[in-house]
Structures are given as C-alpha cells and as structure tokens.
Ligand binder design. Sequence first.
Ligand SMILES: [Zn+2]
Length: 312
Amino acid sequence: MAKGMKMGSCRKLNCGNEIFTLKQLSKEDNDKLICRFCSARVMYVSSYQKQSSKKKVSAYLRLWSNEEHHENCKNTLKNAVNHLVAQSQAVENTQPILKKQQDNTTIFRLNLLQEAQISLKTSSKLVHNQKNTENVSARNKYVKTDKVLSSYFYSAVGIAKIRGLIEQDRDDIRKLENTVKIQYKDKLIPWNDFYYDDERYHVLYKRLEKSKVEHPVALKVTVKKQPDYKNASTYPWSIQCFSEQYEKEAKKTIIIPRIKTDILEISQAFAIQQTYILVGEIWLNKVKDKNNIFRNINIVIQGKAQFTIYVG
Ligand SMILES: [Zn+2]
C-alpha cells in the first residue's frame, strides 16, 4: 500500500486549527496527531543517524498504515502536483514549465528551464559588456529572464521535492511517474535521469563520466561542512555535503556532492546537517589521481529558487 508523502507539520486532536511543526512534537504525541488539512491520522517518526554515512535523518510525519488522506487534501500527491501546476502559471507571457494535459497527466518541460538559463547567461553578458552605456532594453530583458528562471526553478524544485517526499515507496513512485512526465527536447526522460538521492549519486557519477549531462538535475543532499572559500574566478564558494560510499568488485568509491556558487548570500543560506532538494547544472572535476577513492559531483546554485529544505 502506498505510504503517501512525508509531512513537516500537522494538527492535534482537541487543539482546533493550531498547526504544530516537527520541533514542537515527539513520539509521545502519536495517538493524537492528524493531517493539517484533512484529519487523517499521522505519526511522528523520530530522527536517527545512518550507520553507514553518519548522516542524520531528521524527524518527519507520515500516515499511519491503512490511513488515507481525503481526496481533496493538499497532502495527496495529485493535489500537491496540481498546486504547483497552478503556481507555475504565475509569470505573465511565458510558457508554464508544468502543463496539464487533457488526459490529466502533467508535462514537466525541463527544456524550458534549460533554455531560460542559457538566455539569462546571454543577456547577462550583454548587460555587463555595456558598462557605461545605458542599455535599457538589454537590462529589462535580463530582469525579466531572471524572474522567469526563478519561477521555473521554483516549480522544478517543488516537483523534485514531491519525488523526495515519497522516498522509496514503489507504488507512490509509479503514481508520480504516471502523473508527471518529464520532457526534455523532443523526448520524455525517466524520472531516474532527473532525480538523485544519496543512494544513487554513483548512478549520476557514472552518467557524467560517460558524457556531459545537458539538462539540470535534482539532487537530495545533506550539508556536512561550512562553506569553503577559494580565490577562483568561477564559483569561489564550495559547500561539502554528505557522501555516498559505493562498492563494486571490491573497489570502493566515495562520491561527494558539492554546492558551488559565487554569491556570498547563497553560500550562507545552507545549514549543517540540514537536508535540501537542489536543482541545477552539474559537472565533474577532472580526476587527477585514479587511485584516489574520492570523487566530487558539483552542482551550481545561484538563486534561492534553486533549493528547498527537505523534511526527514
Ligand atoms: Zn490529509
């Protein structure tokens, strides 16, 4: 049976509409917790540490087994997707990145995100190259593209977060795959090519080793260290996240995701031990020493719309 999405807040029986967040709750509350939108019974799952990586898995809320959300509840997968679809129409005169089809499936147009990124880079160059001459039209175009890109990232992160919140439940994953199709250029790409959690970094690494991954991807990461500053021309800040240890044919590889940015404010926006869903462009460092077991996967984060806190 499908488990539904993890939740970060709920209500309590006999407490009216007061909303309780994870920090205010504990296992002792378990007999009186209900969904904040529909009153389905939910339970508190305590935080724990993964033995293998020492990574902390934060507390979260989930449905009791045999419980279901009401069909109109915002915590159902269908309604969470519908909510994002409605919001993705927010910027005027642009194509929405999430588009509902007649058969009720939603198309997530990943190519629009990529096109907007390229367009922003182009107009950014144009604005910067015209130092003293005021070019209002180039500047306006830049501002508009930046706004559209943020809106696209917001939707992309939202949809990736829904994937993260259903974790490994096969029924739920299939339901999401049937509800949201990811389009890239002229074809549909599998969800597995877009979303990677800490048990599948090695899959992404292998893909990147073979060739460049053209489209932005979603990564679930937990921040391990404070940002590192290097005097580099691109992305001087680097934030190390918890790794995946991968073993095949007695050969061990440790794959470390790193958040890269050149914006001070973004480098300070991540908290240690907190888990995030990120969407961005990725690349690998050149391997200088083949015997070194550590490998980095870099993801570029340049705006707040590119990440969100993950529950659990
Ligand atoms: Zn509910």
